[in-house]
Design a protein around this ligand. Sequence first.
Ligand code: CDP
Length: 203
Amino acid sequence: MVAIDGPAGSGKSTVARALATALNWSFLDTGAMYRAVTTEVLACGVSPDDVDGVAAIASAAVIATEPVVRINGRDVDQEIRGAPVNQAVSAVAANPAVRAAMVSRQRAWVAAQTRGTVVEGRDIGTVVFPNASLKVFLTASLSERARRRGDEGATSVSRRDDADRARAVSPLRRASDAIVIDTTGRSIDEVVKEIVTCLKTPN
Ligand code: CDP
């Protein structure tokens, strides 16, 4: 299993998906899970800061991330990328009960796979799979990350990063044994090749 973590717009989803395709492994986008819970919270009219209300929604939620993102059967593939979700997701993801509910689903998903796995998020190498065979921490300059996020804008991207780094439970940080790759100005292909080389090189 390869764990890929990093801030918003660092290239995690794109690189992780391309890596999984190159290896013919399964891929899990854990950010999509936190985003899906956030759409359900908003759809139910619950405040993202209502700790117990949000926790109840997360623990009852049935979530799929492939081929489209669904929560409780509802296709939220487009909605999870919208501004209301960008605005609320970091508060939802800081809720310890939400994290516990998502982490157990992530571990169960990996246990059920018959192939290798690529899992991407914020806490995969540090908390969810500390024994991952390879941990990668992707970074990029803020201007490049904001450019990749397009409509979201630099202010929202850096606000989410700050919230993700500052939270008490499973903050965004590099695992001490993760390799760091700065993706600024580099192609997806180059980054994928670098990770494949690391996988082949015994450490
Ligand atoms: O695509 P982007 O990198 O902007 O974000 P994402 O991976 O879709 O994650 C959205 C949000 O979910 C992040 O800002 C975090 O607040 C949260 N998240 C998390 O807390 N833990 C994870 N393993 C993945 C995402």
